[in-house]
Design a protein around this ligand. Structure first.
Ligand code: NIG
Ligand code: FE
Length: 407
């Protein structure tokens, strides 16, 4: 049994990330939707009444807490494999955006999709990531870019919460790109975000977080501070897409406004690392997007060695990461960033739970936490998960105490 906690922590930082508490030959009990107890088989006192109990034998298998995916854009219409081929043939992500592709391409497609269509396609993706071990997910808007379409996306996310057993958090990402009609009047779009969209979103309580793409051609550091500060006034905790394609100030802006996480971080330098050191902000890396766009590696090793905590999430979206498979993301962490399997698992469980305010209920096996667990096939160790990249080693998924998938 992997990632157990006798005394639950909210996150794991620095050198502590190298440790993963495990029990060999363990028992675990679930009552309703919560973890009721666990321990070594040798210490198990047994039970007298076996009636009405479901017993699962996990001999030679691993039991792990489900992953928490604190950064996705899984509500979207259509797909963008044409841009994937364009990039293979030499166009850059920026050049594709300049031609009206990228986020604007997804916004065009989303505009003409109905709520029902969006729910249906997103639910398939939610079920897909659940089978890959994810038990909680954050989902962003940001392909709407108009009041009507941003509200549509957020209402779809709200509906997904009722249709899926996964724990879902919602993020307003109206500041994902400047829509074509505001190309020469960014100020007017920012005013629309702050004065029209935010009050409506707050009135319907549609978002837990407010996010922004702080990057050249998108939003500046100053705009990041302005927009996230306005979001806070409407009860939305800040998050930032920061330092993905250049060093643009998103990390420092995020720390300044008290962001719960700053995400991507390929271009983080020493100034960002020291700003993060005395903050509550969780640096979050998105290895799938860095891999898919051939971006430089984020300095994950350096950040952990500087004592920081690191979370890993998928960024599942049609443009920069059409996958939500956290097992694969952990392989990239180990192979490319030289994180140990223990660090990768801590990053994908307890630390990513922190990045969505869930680490008191999710992200580890602890008494009283949500019974969101998976059981692997027979494998020799947890190292085998990032090692055997591309394989699906998950056999059984338990969400809220119920077995939802059994291969
Ligand atoms: O997280 N960086 C900005 N946003 C997304 C990509 C969105 C897209 O290309 O559709 C990301 O990588
Ligand atoms: Fe993203």
């Amino acid at each position: 049994m992997v990632q157990i906690e006798e005394q639950p922590r909210l996150k794991v930082a620095g050198r502590d990330m190298k440790t993963l508490n495990c029990i060999n030959d363990a028992w675990l009990a679930i009552e309703d939707d919560k973890i009721a107890g666990f321990g070594k088989m040798a210490d198990w006192e047994g039970i007298s009444d076996w009636s009405n109990l479901t017993v699962i034998d996990a001999d030679n298998k691993l039991v792990m807490p489900c992953y928490c995916d604190s950064h996705t854009h899984i509500v979207y219409a259509g797909s963008r494999e044409g841009e994937f081929v364009d990039r293979i043939n030499g166009l850059t992500y920026d050049e594709i955006f300049e031609r009206g592709g990228g986020i604007l391409n997804s916004a065009k497609k989303l505009h003409s999709a109905s709520e029902e269509e969006l729910i249906e396609s997103a639910l398939k993706r939610v079920n897909e990531i659940m089978m890959q071990g994810t038990g909680a997910v954050e989902i962003k808007s940001g392909y709407g870019l108009s009041t009507e379409s941003e509200l549509k996306m957020l209402r779809v996310i709200k509906k997904l919460k009722t249709l899926s057993p996964l724990t879902i958090k919602a993020t307003f990402l109206g500041a994902h790109a400047i829509p074509a009609i505001y190309k020469n009047n960014k100020r007017a779009y920012i005013d629309l975000l702050i004065n029209e969209m935010m009050p409506k979103i707050a009135a319907e309580q549609l978002a837990d977080y407010c996010d922004i793409f702080c990057e050249q051609n998108y939003f500046t550091k100053e705009e990041t501070i302005e927009i996230l500060t306005a979001g806070k006034k409407h009860g939305m905790t800040p998050k930032v897409h920061a330092e993905q394609m250049s060093n643009s100030g998103g990390t420092i802006a995020g720390v300044e406004v008290g962001a719960i996480s700053v995400d991507h971080l390929e271009f983080v330098g020493d100034a960002e690392i020291s700003a993060l050191q005395n903050s509550k902000t969780m640096p979050t890396i998105l290895p799938g997007a860095a891999f898919f766009l051939s971006l430089p590696n984020p300095p994950a090793r350096k950040m952990i060695d500087a004592g920081l905590a690191i979370a890993v999430a998928s960024d599942y979206n049609p443009g920069s990461c059409p996958s939500g498979n956290i097992n694969f993301m952990m392989s990239v962490c180990c192979v490319q960033y030289k994180m140990t399997p223990e660090e990768a698992i801590n990053a994908a469980t307890i630390n990513s739970a922190y990045a969505m305010d869930l680490s008191s209920t999710h992200g580890s096996i602890a008494v009283g936490k949500q019974a969101n667990l998976f059981i692997t096939k027979e494998i020799p160790s947890y190292n085998f998960i990032p090692y055997s990249f591309g394989s699906n080693l998950i056999e059984t998924v338990i969400i809220n105490g119920r077995v939802l998938m059994d291969n």
